[in-house]
Design a protein around this ligand. Structure first.
Ligand code: THU
Length: 130
């Protein structure tokens, strides 16, 4: 699967975002090493802190389905009704990624018209792991 194809699935997943409180909707598409894709969107809550980001929604869905090996995640986001902007995974999601992925795990984001590919090692150096 190409980065572009994975991003297309993230863009589609974003349509399901429940972003009632921030009006910022995010989509994610997580690729397993076996070639399966798990999608996620942000799911907000009136109490705010129970909100789950798109990336974690995708990870937890994949983990619940028995997956443990991941190669890449595509992430996109923006204000509802406006064009998408460069959307980087938050620190909490980076930490969740580091629980299951090595430093070479790929994070694909939209950077203007182009796609950028970063690694988890670049986004979360010196991560905490037991
Ligand atoms: N959000 C994500 O889903 N992923 C990110 O990487 C950044 C932030 C969500 C959380 C919240 O629902 C909204 O975007 C605004 O912070």
């Amino acid at each position: 699967m190409t980065n572009k194809e994975l991003m297309k699935l993230a863009i589609k997943a974003r349509e399901n975002a429940y972003s009632k409180y921030s009006s910022f909707s995010v989509g994610a598409a997580l690729l397993t090493k076996s070639g399966k894709v798990f999608i996620g969107c942000n799911v907000e809550n009136a109490a705010f802190s129970p909100t789950c980001c798109a990336e974690r929604t995708a990870f937890f869905s994949a983990i619940a389905a028995g997956e443990r090996d991941f190669s890449a995640i595509a992430v996109c986001g923006g204000n509802v009704g406006e064009s998408r902007i460069k959307c980087m995974p938050c620190g909490v999601c980076r930490q969740v990624m580091s629980e299951f992925c090595n430093e070479d795990f790929k994070i694909i984001i939209e950077d203007g018209e182009a796609l950028s590919e970063l690694t988890l090692g670049e986004l979360l150096p010196f991560s905490f792991n037991l």
